[in-house]
Design a protein around this ligand. Structure first.
Ligand code: HGY
Ligand code: MN
Ligand code: MN
Ligand code: MN
Length: 424
């Protein structure tokens, strides 16, 4: 597709920073925890009340709203000649892991809404439909797998998972979605391949390379490949006083050994994009005077290179098997997801760089070490991501009080945004 000539709109959309910041702060109050800590787990009351708030401010912007089978929310800004061309979309998530902050995901939803509002208020009408998407359950907190909403709509989640994925109360994803009022037939879940000509997600970097280099904008080139595994070691347990050390088969110690092996597998990785984390580690019964009977661990293993990520996963599984044999405990090792990385669309990466340049913003191309809904949108649509710095690279912590400057030039660059397949 030919590049459209660079045009600068006679517009000068004025973002209303006060409006966005007050919405960010209001959204943060829809949480199970006292601000600045945020927790908003999919389909829980804080998630549902946050969705109601979001729907209200989206309706006030006169955007049409529809939701899909799992509650992915689509806000539509009608284009002037939408029938001749495919829509463009932006968006992110608003669910939040326990004890996280107020910007992860939310910035991409409210920033996208503000971009649309300020363009509308400046009298701009896009030729194509512009969609703002709020994806359901980007975080793995409740059902153990992240990006559920974007997996479902991009056909990356086989439907049997709706009945297989259960939360800690044994509620399936299908039961939970229906209890939250999302009852559409699963046959309606998947977006047609020609739905979007481009998808762009705005997100905080969640690392500190932009801040360290005092760079305004990150044009994301690829998104790391995340994998997760649920591990359980089981042993006989016993009395902490009466059971002699020589007779013990302690799954807690097996888990502790494995956690160190997880770290070693990443440290021995060739690139510094190899990361591996034991994010959850629980022993049962968890009594001070009882030798653990089980130890359950949840592992998160990533790299931007699929080969290296898979090698780490294999090495960790082999370590778990050897540890279990040596300690005489049973092992269950389940890989819950092992996703491939995604390359962002080259044209869109160039557009982000060009838009930043035209807006007088410094930019750099970089890899996303976190995963995002863009990882799955990229399976179906030309996709890109725009990163903004976050203070100290902090995220998934309540103090992610990064300097949120939704730059006026970012919005203006959106107005001048000439996506390779459309001119919004
Ligand atoms: O874990 C991630 O990369 C994302 O924040 N869910
Ligand atoms: Mn996150
Ligand atoms: Mn996020
Ligand atoms: Mn994400």
């Amino acid at each position: 597709p030919a590049h459209h000539p660079a045009t600068t709109h006679p517009l000068a959309p004025k973002i209303n920073l006060e409006r966005v910041l007050s919405e960010l702060k209001t959204l943060a109050t829809h949480s199970d925890l006292t601000p600045p800590a945020v927790q908003r787990v999919v389909y829980t009351s804080s998630d549902l009340s946050a969705r109601t708030y979001l729907q209200r401010i989206i309706s006030e912007a006169n955007l049409a709203i529809h939701e899909d089978v799992v509650g992915n929310l689509f806000a539509v800004w009608r284009g002037s000649s939408s029938s001749q061309s495919r829509a463009v979309a932006t968006g992110s998530h608003i669910d939040a892991i326990p004890h996280s902050g107020m910007y992860d995901g939310v910035l991409g939803v409210l920033g996208g809404l503000e971009a649309i509002r300020s363009l509308k208020e400046a009298g701009f009408t896009p030729s194509r439909d512009v969609h703002l998407i709020m994806f359901t359950s980007e975080e793995p907190t409740r059902f153990g797998i992240g990006c559920l909403g974007s997996r479902v709509l991009s056909a990356e989640l086989p439907h049997e998972y709706m009945y297989k994925l259960v939360d800690s109360n044994g509620t399936t994803l299908d039961e939970a979605r229906k209890a939250a009022g999302f009852t559409k037939e699963l046959s309606e879940a998947i977006l047609p391949d020609d739905t979007y000509s481009a998808f762009v997600e705005l997100h905080i970097e969640q690392a500190d390379s932009l801040e360290r280099s005092s760079t305004h904008i990150g044009a994301v080139t690829s998104i790391a490949a995340p994998a997760q595994a649920a591990v359980r070691f089981s042993g006989s347990g016993g009395h902490a006083g009466a059971l002699p050390m020589a007779e013990r088969h302690d799954p807690g110690l097996a888990g502790a050994e494995l956690a160190l092996e997880v770290e070693k597998a990443a440290l021995d990785g060739q690139s510094n994009y190899s990361v591996a984390t034991t994010g959850r580690f629980e022993v049962f019964p968890g009594a001070v005077n009882s030798v653990p009977r089980t130890a359950t661990l949840e592992l998160d293993v990533r790299n931007v290179e699929l080969e290296e990520r898979n090698e780490m996963l294999t090495r960790i599984r082999d370590s778990a098997t050897k540890i279990a044999e040596r300690r005489g405990v049973r092992l269950e090792f389940n890989v819950t997801n092992a996703d491939a990385p995604a390359d962002c669309n080259k044209h869109i990466v160039e557009m982000v760089a060009q838009a930043a340049q035209e807006s007088g913003l410094s930019y750099s191309r970089l890899v996303s070490r976190a995963y995002h809904d863009s990882l799955f949108m990229a399976r179906k649509f030309p996709t890109g991501m725009i990163f903004v710095p976050c203070r100290g690279g902090v995220s998934h912590r309540p103090d992610d009080l990064e300097r949120i400057v939704i730059r006026i030039t970012f919005i203006r660059s959106l107005a001048n945004f000439r996506l390779p397949f459309c001119h919004i």
